[in-house]
Design a protein around this ligand. Structure first.
Ligand SMILES: Cc1cc2nc3c(=O)[nH]c(=O)nc-3n(C[C@H](O)[C@H](O)[C@H](O)COP(=O)(O)O)c2cc1C
Length: 314
């Protein structure tokens, strides 16, 4: 199976707990103290939670997707409950790259591994953003968001068309030497083809999956629940889809995979590793329990869950 997991031996990324498991991994060239990250858009800029949690217990943290200029999202209602998950159509509301680099990043405790997430409406804008964040020493890597399911221009267009995706990855690749992951959309017929495109254009890894495009209807109002009509479904409802796609991609490419989608426990995380992921991200569960990701990260260094964290893929 592909996946190119490089477990252990990551200098400077923490160490094995006494008598426990060496939980270190290297993801796409980024040394992580464990395999558990938080997913973009579900953990703010980290600063909101830093007073309550030791973010250094996480393998890493993927910041909210950034655009070059600050961006307002869609008007409310833009989140809604769904069976076993949630719908969102936030639409990349963010502070913009300048405020991220000058205010948000310096406010994070030293030692937190930060990945910046880049978003844009055309490849050149993604590339400019990638170049800007690459100049900051605190940015360990970049995740290209090629998959937002509810933005009218950009995002999902790139993640659904192999030619556009190739152009996007190649353009960003030329703009940065930092480790580069591409976040894939599940809203495609053949996810493995999209991962192959990323590998061919020089991506160091792929993250999957983003939210599944979805909608819900308010029968009394006879209207869609979300103002944007379409949103992204996330949470436990999508975990089997995410596992299937991680497994398919692991058969197709040799670059590492960061698995995301419906992870709520250490056991869920292990499922992704068994399907071929090198690391995982916790998303929607952060809204239910902001300590969830740190709890899963702790479990990765204790047995028996920790032992499972270092198990070979199926
Ligand atoms: C409210 C919300 C905002 C999100 N914002 C982003 C974002 O800015 N960039 C991104 O790449 N993914 C974003 N996502 C997608 C998540 O990072 C993740 O890929 C997806 O929710 C599936 O994981 P989960 O089921 O664990 O939440 C967002 C998800 C939610 C629920």
């Amino acid at each position: 199976m592909g996946g190119a997991a490089v477990r252990g031996g990551a200098s400077g990324a923490g160490g094995a707990a006494a008598g426990g498991v060496d939980e270190r991994v290297v993801l796409a060239g980024i040394p992580l103290r464990n395999a558990v990250l938080t997913a973009s858009g579900t953990f703010g800029y980290g600063t909101e939670l830093a007073p309550f949690l030791d973010l250094r217990e996480l393998g890493g943290f993927v910041a909210k997707s950034l655009t070059l200029e600050p961006r307002h999202g869609n008007p409310p209602p833009r989140i809604a409950e769904a069976p076993a998950g949630m719908l969102n159509a936030i639409s990349i509301e963010n502070v913009g790259v300048k405020a991220f680099l000058e205010e948000k990043l310096p406010a994070l405790p030293e030692g937190v591994v930060v990945l910046a997430s880049a978003f844009g409406t055309e490849p050149g804008l993604y590339a400019e953003l990638a170049a800007r964040v690459s100049s900051h020493p605190r940015v360990a890597g970049i995740e290209i968001n090629a998959s937002c399911p509810h933005v009218k221009a950009g995002g999902i267009e790139f993640g659904q068309d192999p030619r556009l995706l190739a152009e996007l990855v190649a353009t960003v690749r030329r703009a940065t030497a930092r480790p580069l992951l591409v976040k894939l959309s599940p809203n495609v017929t053949r996810i493995a083809d999209m991962a192959r495109v990323c590998e061919a254009e020089g991506a160091d890894g792929v993250t999957l999956i983003n939210a599944v495009q979805a909608m819900e209807v308010d029968v009394e109002r006879r209207r869609p629940v979300l103002s944007n009509i379409l949103g992204g479904l996330s949470g436990p409802a999508i975990r089997p889809i995410a596992l299937r796609m991680v497994w398919q991609v692991a058969q197709a490419v040799s670059i590492p995979i960061c698995g995301v989608g419906g992870i709520g426990s250490a056991e869920d995380a292990v499922k992704f590793l068994l399907c071929g992921a090198t690391a995982v991200q916790v998303g929607t569960q952060n809204y239910l329990d902001p300590t969830a990701a740190v709890g899963i990260a702790r479990a990765s260094r204790t047995t028996p869950a920790g032992t499972a964290f270092s198990a070979s893929p199926i």
